[in-house]
Design a protein around this ligand. Structure first.
Ligand SMILES: Cc1cc2nc3c(=O)[nH]c(=O)nc-3n(C[C@H](O)[C@H](O)[C@H](O)COP(=O)(O)O)c2cc1C
Length: 356
């Protein structure tokens, strides 16, 4: 595999490498971002925030502010906006800059009906001039690099990613992220990397490919074959922050350090839980249940241990359950090996099955 680890320039900003963390609602909060950053993710993102909530205030504004809060030393981080009102998007872009973000990501890909109904997310893909206008409004309001994130089109009959790419380039976008599915596909089927490659060939701004990267080999292969400037991982990083370090090693032409041990996975869950608890208390502990499912997938006794975890919101009790599980796993390597044998595809493919 040729060496293909490289920095990516977004306007005046240089992102140190080309393997990035995609925005994920309910997942890419501060503790999660800290863990993937530690594993080398070049750029991370908050989940999307509604420009309407941000501008109009009220209770949803409080929650929005919480989502947008960044750590002082976070280093390249994007805050993602969605919406369609030009004035609100411009005002929100200024708020993103005040918050200290390095990148403004603009969501034109969200398929969720609640978002699409209000002409947000992927709804705008049906109206390329509107995507261009929103991008132009955001670019005009901030000195930060603006990076729209799109799908291939609304449905298979209206694939228009190349047209949209040319329009956002004209509007001053610093780069473009393309998830290789249409809105109609949701998360089904496979991401179409040939279509992503066609977008890359059509514009001269950096193009970031996204969709179905679950292993370091996927990352290396798609960077090489599609020619994109960077890739962004979503579901492949859930319960699996190590995918960044592993991918970066492979891209640098060094051996894959391999998947973490079972005990390391439990220790990482415990650390993630502690970071989340320190930030948001027991609310965060309830939210950690889905992370526990991802970290522990494919480990022996994982359902029993998760049942125990789900029965409590006591931080110390959760810590004790995880520590006893970690020790048990260290003492039962044969059980770990048998379980791995049984689910040959391992945690990487497990993540895919879970999220689809
Ligand atoms: C649980 C979940 C939440 C997501 N939230 C967002 C979001 O807030 N903003 C966004 O642009 N995309 C969001 N996405 C889409 C991902 O960023 C990514 O584009 C998609 O999952 C494809 O990449 P993957 O195959 O690596 O997961 C979300 C996806 C999932 C599964």
């Amino acid at each position: 595999m040729p060496e293909s680890l490289r920095p990516v320039r977004l306007g005046a900003l240089e992102i140190p490498n080309n393997v990035w963390m995609s925005p994920l609602c309910g997942v890419t909060d501060l503790p999660f971002r800290a863990l993937v950053k530690e594993q080398g993710a070049g750029l991370v993102h908050t989940q999307m925030v509604s420009c309407a909530a941000l501008v109009r205030g009220g209770e949803s504004n409080r929650r929005t502010r919480e989502i947008m809060a960044l750590a002082p030393d976070e280093g390249p981080v994007g805050i993602q906006l969605f919406g369609c009102d030009l004035a609100e998007m411009a005002e929100s872009a200024r708020a993103v800059e005040r918050e200290g973000a390095d990148v403004v990501s603009v969501n034109f890909g969200c398929p969720v009906p609640k978002v699409v109904r209000h002409n947000g997310g992927s709804a705008l893909l049906k109206d390329p001039p509107a995507v261009e206008a929103v991008t132009r409004a955001v670019v005009g309001a901030t000195s930060l690099p603006v990076v729209p994130k799109i799908r291939l089109g609304w449905d298979s009959a209206s694939v228009n990613a190349v047209e949209i790419a040319r329009r956002v380039e004209q509007a001053g976008a610093a780069a473009l992220v393309v998830h290789g599915r249409t809105r109609a596909q949701g998360y089904g089927g496979r991401a179409d990397w040939a279509a992503i490659a066609a977008v890359k060939r059509a514009v001269s701004i950096p193009v970031v490919g996204n969709g179905d990267l679950f292993t370091p080999e996927d990352v290396a292969l798609q960077l090489k074959e599609s020619g994109v400037d960077a890739v962004m991982l979503g579901r492949g990083a859930m319960g699996n922050p190590w995918i960044f370090r592993r991918s970066l090693e492979v891209l640098a032409g060094r051996p894959d350090p391999g998947a973490p041990s079972a005990a390391e996975r439990v220790a990482a869950l415990a650390r993630h839980t502690a970071l989340a608890h320190a930030r948001r208390g027991s609310v965060a502990l309830a939210e950690m249940r889905k992370h526990a499912m991802w970290y522990l997938k494919g480990l022996p006794q994982s359902s029993e241990r998760r049942r125990e975890l789900n029965a409590t919101l006591d931080f110390h009790e959760i810590g004790a359950i995880l520590e006893s599980y970690r020790v048990w796993l260290l003492e039962h390597p044969e059980a770990v090996a048998a379980e791995r044998e049984a689910s040959f595809a391992g945690a990487d493919a497990g993540n895919l099955a879970e999220a689809v």
